[in-house]
Design a protein around this ligand. Structure first.
Ligand code: HEC
Ligand code: HEC
Length: 350
């Protein structure tokens, strides 16, 4: 018997046990019926349950009726109190359902973000390998091809993604993930861009990047984001040897531009081989008076850098915001007004 059972799965074993109990039950039923079969004819009339003498009126109309009414009252009271009580709890239940829904999305986003060889449970797409485990930025090897078809391996800086929530709208973040950034190590992830991720996975990652660190997301505080933009500029000032008497970096329009704008507006900047400063790459060239022509009014340029172009919406003299790949980020949250003034002066001098 054990030999036979060992070959079965747990479900099959359970099925066998339930089957055995059923067969035993039927047998018991059959046996009791067969035993009753010996009673004399006509006795079934006496034995029929509906032939049993019932309560007399006294008992029926007082005790029996009272208890039935009592139970009815209790049940009515239960419904009367229970429904509003249920309704009172409903708002909280719905809020928690939404919270739980979001929490699960963040959890899935976290899992998708992990390196592909992470021992954590779930699917991983390796964002952390390039962008850092905390999304604070990193580097990756990348093979570039020049116009003669010669290839070369470079080390490409991947930007921080723990502050994208302060620089891009939800639409923009979604678009960056779906279409990636052609000509950079950032691949297209969405199906529409030719990538491996379905819409739900893209949404989970967007949610993960927009959720604060304390709620298990990736987003650092606004102060942290401002400090990050500042540190980017300080790093560039140091690189250029722009130091004060105490050896501290002196941040100016150029270092602010290099730290926060150049990777999109200067070819080669991301792998330490910058070509013409502000000469254009993913973002257009800002040189030769381009920004002055696009924004004759400095105020309009300030607003553009603070708020960026909306997809399909005109800006400046002849610009149109393009969204595939996210477009231009907005800097009104992470850069101060003075920083933006300094960057604009630098850009207009290019
Ligand atoms: C092979 C390295 C690599 C991987 C893997 C990768 N990225 Fe990127 N990612 C980059 C690089 C490099 C850029 C900057 C591209 C550019 O210069 O325009 C970037 C840009 C981004 C940006 C825009 C940031 C900004 O400030 O412009 C976001 C958001 C982003 N990646 C999210 C992700 C997510 C989410 C994943 C995982 C699904 C991921 N990346 C996987 C290398 C990578
Ligand atoms: C992630 C890439 C990216 C970064 C970083 C970036 N830009 Fe841009 N920029 C763009 C793109 C793309 C456009 C074209 C407009 C659009 O489609 O959004 C643009 C357009 C512009 C324009 C308008 C140029 C024209 O002639 O139409 C200016 C000015 C500009 N950027 C300034 C900046 C400044 C200043 C910074 C840094 C504080 C910056 N950009 C950082 C991608 C970027």
């Amino acid at each position: 018997m054990t030999m036979v059972l060992a070959a079965f799965s747990t479900q099959q074993k359970l099925g066998v046990v339930i089957g055995a109990v059923l067969v035993l039950g039927w047998l018991g039923y059959l046996i009791t019926h067969l035993m009753k079969a010996g009673a004399p004819p006509g006795s079934e009339i006496e034995l029929a349950p509906n032939r049993k003498p019932y309560f007399d009126d006294d008992k029926l109309e007082t005790k029996k009726l009272d208890s039935a009414l009592g139970v009815a009252l209790l049940l009515t009271a239960f419904s009367a109190v229970g429904l509003p009580a249920y309704w009172v709890m409903e708002a909280g239940r719905q809020t928690n359902a939404i919270k739980g829904f979001d929490n699960r999305a963040v959890k899935r986003g976290h899992s998708l973000f992990q390196p592909t060889d992470s021992p954590e449970h779930g699917a991983h797409f390796g964002c952390a390998t390039c962008h850092g485990a905390d999304g604070g930025g990193g580097v990756t090897k990348y093979v570039i091809t020049d116009f003669l078809g010669r290839t070369e391996q470079v080390t490409w800086a991947a930007p921080a993604v723990n502050t994208v929530a302060y620089r891009y709208s939800t639409e923009q973040i979604r678009s960056i993930l779906v279409f990636g950034r052609a000509g950079t190590p950032m691949p297209a992830w969405g199906i529409k861009g030719g990538g491996p991720m379905n819409d739900q996975q893209i949404e989970d990652l967007v949610q993960y990047m927009q959720t604060p660190v304390e709620d298990h997301g990736l987003k650092i505080s606004l102060e942290g984001a401002k400090a990050q933009a500042r540190q980017n500029a300080e790093g560039e000032a140091r690189k250029m040897g722009k130091l004060d008497a105490n050896g501290q970096p002196v941040v100016d329009g150029e270092s602010l531009f290099n730290g926060n704008c150049a990777r999109c507006h200067t070819r080669g900047f991301s792998f330490d081989r910058p070509e013409v400063a502000g000469g254009g790459r993913y973002g257009p060239s800002l040189r030769g008076g381009a920004t002055v022509r696009q924004f004759p009014d400095v105020q309009e340029m300030t607003e553009f850098i603070k708020e960026s172009a909306q997809y399909g919406e005109p800006y400046g003299e002849g610009g149109i915001g393009h969204d595939a790949g996210g477009g231009m980020p907005y800097f009104g949250q992470v850069l101060s007004d003075e920083d933006i003034v300094a960057i604009i002066a630098y850009e207009r001098s290019l």
